[in-house]
Design a protein around this ligand. Structure first.
Ligand SMILES: [Zn+2]
Length: 376
């Protein structure tokens, strides 16, 4: 399973030889037959061998062994009902071999480098921040959790909540009708109150970052007023969706909300970065950001998704910079790296900095596609 701790541990891996990182899309929807992704795998194996040649004969042997092991892992079979993407990190010379099974598809690619190539995993994790959907009406309450794009209904936590009778067929008539209506409103209110309490317990047990409410407007408003403030603070949107909606409808509606919330949060962080840069508490652009990372001054690293560029890494002192070959810190000869942005992300993750990938944000592009808010 993918989680932040696992990605950080991978980002911090330092071995004696080069690491092979291989991403394979095995999504059953786009690759119905095994042969469909096995052909892609053959192509990646050839690519990996070519890339390894540039690292010398010893590295090439280690990478060839890595690729053989990856290919035999794929051919030995895995559960395709759950797994849509695979990420392999291997270094035969060190006996290092890790497989990450992703419930979301990944983009095919192979990278040979001194460290595991983790940026696609981090990006995947961030694309689906943890959130939940709570649907209510006068009788029902349902809870769905989304994790890494998977929707699971967890209504069982609410099963202890008593259901009120359905009063819809009894329009209020005269004083007796009014009494029935009042009773029905009280029962519905109690139902919502219970639902709010169970939601608090359930979301405290396994917290989510965002909560989306759905149901008839007046019921959602009433529920929101009853939620514990800790839960209410997580509410990002209210949807006019039936409490009996099917999983696909819930999923579509919620993913739209979540994408909008993610763009809004990212824009907020870019605003913070711009203000920090103005106040001398942040840096923007490749060179100053890499310098801040090397000096361990970064609190939050912001990177435009898809930004890649060549650069240099010093294996002696870990310096990262856009220009080589001589290291300005220790004067050793540095290695040219295909993507110094990936190196920066790994460095930040390994040093426990917060990293945020930002999608489609013109303001960050203007700032140089990368920047950091500093600790000091
Ligand atoms: Zn150096």
């Amino acid at each position: 399973m993918i989680n932040e701790d696992r990605i950080r541990a991978l980002a911090g891996h330092r071995g004696s030889a080069v690491v092979t990182s291989c991403y394979l899309d095995v999504d059953g929807r786009s690759h119905p037959r095994h042969s469909d992704y096995e052909a892609q795998l053959d192509h990646l194996v050839r690519q990996g061998r070519e890339k390894a040649a540039g690292f010398g004969p010893e590295a090439a042997r280690s990478v060839a062994a890595d690729l053989d092991r990856i290919a035999s892992w794929v051919r030995s079979g895995f559960d395709r009902s759950r797994v849509r993407g695979l990420a392999f990190f291997a270094c035969s010379a060190d006996g290092f071999f890790e497989v990450v099974e992703s419930p979301l598809p990944v983009r095919n690619g192979v990278v040979v480098n001194h460290t595991p190539h983790v940026r696609p995993l981090e990006s995947l994790l961030q694309a689906y921040e943890r959130f939940a959907v709570m649907l209510v009406d006068r009788q029902r309450v349902r809870l769905f959790r989304f994790e890494l794009g998977e929707l699971t209904e967890q209504t069982e936590a609410f099963d202890a909540v008593p259901r009120s009778g359905d009063q819809a067929g009894h329009p209020a008539q005269g004083s007796r009708g009014a009494a029935v209506q009042r009773h029905s409103d009280e029962v519905a209110h109690r139902h919502l109150k219970n639902a709010a309490e169970v939601a608090f317990t359930e979301l405290q047990r396994r917290p989510v970052e965002h909560l989306i409410l759905g149901g008839p407007h007046e019921i959602v408003v009433e529920l929101e007023g009853l939620l514990h403030p800790w839960v209410r603070d997580r509410v990002v949107d209210r949807l006019a969706i039936s409490a009996t909606a099917g999983p696909d409808e819930v999923r579509q509606a919620a993913l739209c909300v979540e994408a909008a919330v993610a763009r809004r949060d990212e824009a907020g962080l870019v605003d913070r970065l711009r203000a920090a840069v103005g106040a001398g508490a942040g840096v923007a652009g490749l060179e100053p950001t890499l310098a801040a990372l090397v000096e361990r001054r970064v609190e939050l690293l912001l990177v435009s998704d898809g930004y890649e560029t060549e650069g240099w890494r010093c294996r002696s002192c870990q310096y990262l910079g856009p220009l080589g070959r001589r290291c300005p810190v220790c004067a050793n000869s540095m290695d040219l790296v295909d993507d110094v942005v990936e190196e920066a992300v790994e460095e930040a993750l390994a040093n426990k900095c917060r990293v945020q990938m930002v999608r489609e944000n013109a303001d960050l592009d203007v700032l140089g596609r990368i920047g950091a808010i500093l600790r000091f």
